[in-house]
Unconditional design. Structure first.
Ligand code: ADP
Length: 408
């Protein structure tokens, strides 16, 4: 079964192409036949398409950007024909899977795309103004190129958190908020779910028997508390701004600060939005970058603000892990994933140090190696600590495979 996956983010559009043969899904994530990524530069006036094949060949092309949906269409056309030779025959594609960021309360599992689903994705763009339109653009580009009958599957980032209990998803504001859709939804669900399943697989344990906290630490950061294979608490909320301190997002802060700024400065709603989403977090505090690598380099040169940004990030992570711990009532496995979680031994070590009282202890040599899909806790630790390479695209491809198998 040949599956194309489109995964649209705020500043990139990723895609992967899998060829699954045999009667069952492979246990270890396979390499896609090729993967491609469109990156938009900061001013969004140009876009670069990079394609990498499983053999390591790389192809790159830059465009003058008109709109994200036009760029997506153009990039897909390049993959189809052009000189990339990536897809020789579009008819070879059996299913296209899409990551859709917001499924609201309507979509608690993956679904086949039809007119009603597209209308819901458009309606829910009110809650995810950057992502849902990009996801819809991907769906419509496929329809345009391959025809409206091409089977497409929407896999929702919010779906894994659909089982949060009311005490975890209701905000302690006005009761009427619930009816207006103002509640915790949680995000990064595809990644959290994948990591929980992969952790159980690596440890050779039944997922249902494990209490896990998964730490997705990329540009956006969130935690999930997972029991019986379900997310029962998470840090992102109504929007992906809630919870942990992130690369350029503030995470949770006293809402009184927002009222104060709106009342006592020339801050408008739009400026506040920009400040909290794009100019806060590691970038806002360090004044250097949203990228932890640059913060770490500045710390090595004794930059105080970089050190403060690092310390705040760790403090926020520890505090929220503590909160997830209380929701779970115990912990068997702590998982680190995404850019920071997979690559920063320093963040992992500083975070874990606070949980020594649980009997959690790291094998420092393992932590400092390149421990992808490995257990980095020492043999005597009461909590296993795993570093897992998140594979959202593979997870979406698996969903497509399952949906197709069910309907055949
Ligand atoms: P996104 O949320 O955009 O998918 P990623 O999961 O790719 O983000 O994570 C990107 C972040 O990961 C970077 O901004 C950087 O902070 C961090 N990162 C990537 N590589 C390293 C590294 N070697 N050491 C420390 N941090 C890293």
């Amino acid at each position: 079964m040949k599956i194309l996956v489109l995964n649209a983010g705020s500043s990139s559009q990723k895609s992967s192409f899998y060829d699954l043969t045999g009667d069952a899904l492979p246990i270890d994530p396979p390499e896609p036949l090729w993967s491609a990524q469109i990156d938009w530069n900061d001013r969004e006036d140009s876009a670069t398409l990079k394609v990498k094949t499983a053999h390591g060949e790389v192809f790159e092309e830059s465009y003058r950007s008109t709109s994200k949906s036009a760029d997506t269409l153009k990039a897909l056309q390049t993959l189809w024909s052009g000189n990339t030779q990536v897809i020789q025959n579009p008819n070879q594609i059996d299913i296209v899977g899409h990551r859709v960021v917001h499924g609201g309360t309507d979509y608690v599992q993956s679904t086949w795309v039809n007119a009603e689903v597209k209308a819901s994705i458009e309606r829910l763009a009110e809650f995810a103004p950057i992502h849902n339109p990009a996801n819809l653009a991907g769906i419509e580009s496929i329809e345009q190129i391959l025809g409206a009958d091409t089977p497409q599957v929407a896999v929702f980032d919010t779906a894994f958190h659909a089982h949060l209990p009311p005490a975890a998803y209701v905000y302690s504001g006005a009761y009427e908020w619930l009816a207006q859709g103002i509640r915790r939804y949680g995000f990064h669900g595809i990644s959290h779910q994948y990591c929980a399943q992969r952790a159980a697989q690596i440890l050779d344990r039944d997922l249902q028997s494990l209490k896990l906290i998964t730490c997705h630490l990329g540009n956006g950061c969130s935690l999930a508390a997972i029991r019986d294979g379900l997310s029962i608490d998470t840090t992102m909320g109504f929007t992906p701004l809630d919870g942990l301190m992130m690369g350029s997002r503030s995470g949770s802060i006293d809402p009184g600060i927002l009222i104060h700024l709106l009342r006592h400065s020339d801050c408008t709603v739009d400026r506040l939005d920009h400040l909290l989403n794009y100019n806060s977090g590691l970038l806002g505090i360090s004044g250097i970058s949203n990228d932890l690598r640059q913060i770490t380099a500045a710390i090595a040169k004794n930059n105080d603000r970089a050190q403060l940004a690092f310390d705040l990030f760790v403090h926020s992570l520890r505090a929220h892990i503590g909160s997830m711990l209380a929701s779970l009532g115990g912990l068997d496995v702590l998982v680190f994933t995404a850019g920071i979680g997979e690559n920063s031994a320093a963040i992992r070590a500083a975070t874990c140090e606070a949980f020594g009282f649980l009997g959690l202890s790291l094998d420092l040599a393992q932590n400092n190696s390149e421990p992808i899909d490995r257990d980095i806790a020492d043999a005597n630790s009461h909590v296993r600590v795993l570093v897992i390479h998140t594979q959202e695209d593979w997870s979406i491809a698996q969903e497509c495979y399952r949906m197709a198998s069910k309907s055949s």
